[in-house]
Design a protein around this ligand. Structure first.
Ligand code: SAO
Length: 336
């Protein structure tokens, strides 16, 4: 570990190759074609309408980085590729490439030094928190599969905390809507109010229809900082949202959240929350760079920082909870 070794330099400088290769394999449906069993490069090339040379080189690359296995029968799927990248799998999540590795996102990384100099995003108008940020509809359409484990975890938590009877839930920055929709599926008396920009809520509304919970699903379009939330909510969800803003803005929003909760109601914050060292665990710690590149003031806040923000907004009781099968953690804050 402490021996000097230049490999990490090459691996890091050409990490864009990995992104490009995986994006291409998803786009060309290589993993779906291989879902039926091992095939040689020639057969994969025929099935995907590509060149044999190109497919051989792509499949060898995917074997090197761990998405395919190579044997005398040709290429086959690794367990991860079989579960998450074959379109026929119920847990397919290839769609996340449409947001995570979108051209507009990748373009921002052409000038990390510029964002570091400035201390904020180089995107126009504050980046991803602006109503005009184009990619949120793409996020809503593509990212739901990644959120499934956390959505079920939160629905379980809500069911555990709530006695039988009517239940009002506000899902702030709902996106695809999965978090509120999963609660509605679990609890037949739950009424969900979904808040987000108008064109994003169209996606959530469609998902609510598909899930058959549409009659208990209300839309509250607009900027979360400006719209009236209403009151008497049992639970208010803040999933993957607070990280976009500076602490003062978060505190202002959290005061509004508290005012909209019933006494004894809960704010449920799901986020990338690194340890106090800010360098572990890797996924949460590196998320801070995502915020530097796409927002003016956002960050991957530690639990101590969340505690301070929630306390400043009047929440005295905050608990950090790990979410199984997810890199995210949850802060459960009671309006005691
Ligand atoms: N100012 C804002 N007001 C309301 N929604 C916003 C604002 N800025 C960003 N958003 C939404 O915040 C969401 C962040 S992505 C998170 C979506 C979902 N809660 C999830 O956890 O997967 C996107 O759907 C954006 O449209």
């Amino acid at each position: 570990m402490n021996e000097p070794n230049p490999v990490i330099i090459f691996e890091t400088l050409n990490a864009f190759q990995r992104t490009g290769a995986l994006k291409a394999a998803i786009e060309l449906k290589v993993f779906t074609v291989l879902g039926a069993g091992p095939l040689p490069a020639t057969a994969i090339a025929t099935a995907t309408g590509t060149s044999e040379r190109g497919m051989r080189i792509l499949c060898d690359y995917l074997a090197v980085i761990g998405f395919l296995e190579k044997s005398v029968d040709g290429y086959s799927l690794t367990p991860t590729a079989a579960v998450f990248l074959d379109q026929k799998s119920a847990s397919y999540m290839g769609s996340v490439a449409g947001f995570v590795a979108a051209d507009a996102i990748m373009d921002t990384y052409r000038d990390v030094a510029g964002a570091v100099r400035k201390g904020g995003t180089l995107l126009a108008n504050g980046g991803s928190t602006n109503v005009g940020f184009e990619l949120w509809v793409e996020f809503a359409k593509s990212m739901a599969p990644m959120m499934k484990p956390a959505a079920h975890f939160i629905a379980d938590l809500v069911a555990e905390k709530h006695d039988a009877g009517p239940l009002r839930v506000l899902d702030i920055a709902a996106g695809h809507g999965l978090f509120g929709i999963t609660i509605a599926e679990r609890m037949p008396d739950a009424e969900i109010v979904a808040q987000d920009f108008e064109r994003v809520l169209e996606v959530a509304n469609e998902n609510a229809k598909l899930a058959g919970v549409h009659d208990r699903y209300t839309l509250l379009p607009g900027d979360a900082m400006a719209v009236e939330f209403g009151e008497n909510y049992d639970f208010i969800l803040l999933t993957n949202f607070l990280h976009h803003f500076g602490t003062d803005t978060c505190i202002t929003l959290l005061k509004k959240v508290r005012a909209a909760l019933k006494p004894g109601g809960f704010a449920v914050t799901l986020d990338f929350i690194p340890n106090e060292d800010r360098v572990t665990p890797a996924v949460s710690a590196t998320f801070a760079l995502t915020m530097l590149m796409s927002t003016d003031q956002g960050d991957a806040y530690t639990f101590a920082e969340y505690e301070q923000m929630f306390a400043a907004a009047g929440f005295g009781n905050n608990r950090l909870i790990d979410v199984p099968n997810s890199p995210s953690r949850l802060v459960l804050s009671c309006n005691a």
